[in-house]
Design a protein around this ligand. Structure first.
Ligand code: ADP
Ligand code: MG
Length: 393
């Protein structure tokens, strides 16, 4: 199987570590002085020798368009084009890999190790669909991730009537079908023994169930924790790519933690909803996650949702501790949450008039009717200016 070639123009001190990490992740690093080989992707440090970096970028976009990660310290370069990505320093090797994987997927290419789209089919591989990926995450379990994900999926469906996929990616643990009862009992695990060439659209359709009352489509990793190791990063990403291509919204219930599978899923999110409860421990974990998210270039897409917001630490204090506005709050309503779950019904359908249901609908409205923050109305953020420049280029 072909490994994607990645041209690395990085400072000498960082090159060796990046090369090792890239090889381990299935990429083939290419150095600047190795003339000749075909280049699939590139990562350029824009600060070391700015003129050289710009020339290199131009040569990668002269008669071809090599998706490039532009790594910068203070000021982003102004020569980026569409298909390029920006990464702020520091950009450690793991962050570089997640960004490269995301670029491959966004450009409709297969990931290393994902033979489904490689070889003869490569040039015919369709572009990835435009569905939005709403990832629900928390560093620790028990804070309400599944509750938010399930109700978000149902609310998006009710608000838009579009196709919605609820994707249980809490591998080994999660069981969204305990909260949202669906007839079929298949999952990604049933594809784990097949070669990637058999991970077709039809195969994913076969393991997807439909919640009869709402029409929300449900894809789970499986249900037997004993087999859960067989659900690989490649399989999850192939499923996500299919989900994105065939649904307007994919709502992902993630595993709580920083394992490779979860990080890969988060990398492809359009929005990350970080669920936090008003407790010191949960806030501390969430602050750590926010720092990591910023490090790997995902900081801009994180929104904080406070669950059980009417207890414990105040929303204002939480916002201060996290250094971010709170996008939405959900009240605690234990009895109603449990009664709904016992019937395999989402709480927003079972008790639509309760405050908890209205709060959960408002979380989904952040996706369907995003509010325009004040500072954005006044001055457009730097990356929006960048985007406009890039699309004019
Ligand atoms: N706002 C809430 N009010 C009352 N109970 C809640 C609320 N959110 C979640 N729960 C309950 O808390 C438990 C854990 O929630 P869950 O969504 O499964 O968390 P996670 O997926 O993060 O582990 C469940 O029993 C759920 O019904
Ligand atoms: Mg859960």
């Amino acid at each position: 199987m072909e490994r994607p070639n990645v041209l690395l123009a990085l400072p000498d001190g960082q090159l060796a570590a990046a090369e090792t990490a890239l090889r381990r992740a299935g990429f083939e690093p290419v150095r600047l002085d190795e003339s000749g080989p075909h280049v699939d992707l590139a990562a350029i440090d824009c600060d070391e020798q700015p003129e050289v970096a710009q020339q290199l970028h131009a040569s990668l976009h002269d008669g071809r368009s090599v998706p490039t990660i532009l790594i910068f310290g203070a000021e982003p370069p102004d020569y980026g084009t569409q298909g390029d990505e920006y990464a702020m320093k520091p950009c450690p090797p793991e962050a570089l890999i997640y960004r490269l994987q995301a670029m491959l997927i966004r450009s409709g290419r297969a990931l290393p190790g994902d033979a489904a789209g490689m070889g003869a089919e490569m040039s015919d591989t369709p572009m990835m669909g435009e569905g939005r990926v709403i990832s629900v995450f928390a560093p620790k379990g028990g804070v309400g991730k599944t509750t938010v994900a399930v109700n978000m999926a149902v609310a998006l469906r009710e608000q838009t009537r579009d196709r919605v996929l609820l994707f249980d990616a809490d591998v080994g643990v999660g069981n969204v079908t305990a909260v949202l009862e669906v007839p079929a009992k298949k999952g990604l695990i049933d594809l784990a023994d097949s070669p990637p060439s058999e991970w077709t659209d039809l195969a994913f359709e076969h393991i997807t169930a439909v919640h009869p009352d709402t029409g929300v489509r449900v894809l789970t990793w499986g249900s037997d924790p004993a087999d859960s190791e067989k659900v690989t990063v490649d399989l999850l990403l192939a499923a996500l790519r299919w989900g994105k291509a065939n649904h307007a919204y994919v709502v992902v219930d993630n595993h709580p933690g920083y394992d490779d599978r979860t990080m890969a899923m988060l990398t492809l999110a359009t929005e990350i909803f970080l669920v936090v409860t008003p407790e010191v421990g949960a806030i501390r974990n969430s602050a750590q996650f926010l720092a990591l998210a910023r490090e790997v270039g995902l900081g801009e897409i994180v929104r904080v949702v406070v669950n059980r917001a009417n207890h414990g630490i105040s929303v204002e204090n939480m916002s201060q501790s996290l250094g971010l506005p709170i996008a939405a709050t959900i009240v605690s309503n234990g009895p109603k949450a449990v009664m709904a779950a016992n019937e395999g019904q989402p709480v927003i359908r079972k008790f639509p008039k309760e405050k908890i249901a209205q709060d959960l609908h408002n979380v989904a409205r952040l996706v369907t009717q995003p509010p325009l923050p004040k500072e954005e109305r006044e001055t457009r953020r730097w990356w929006m200016r960048l985007g406009a420049r890039a699309s004019n280029a």
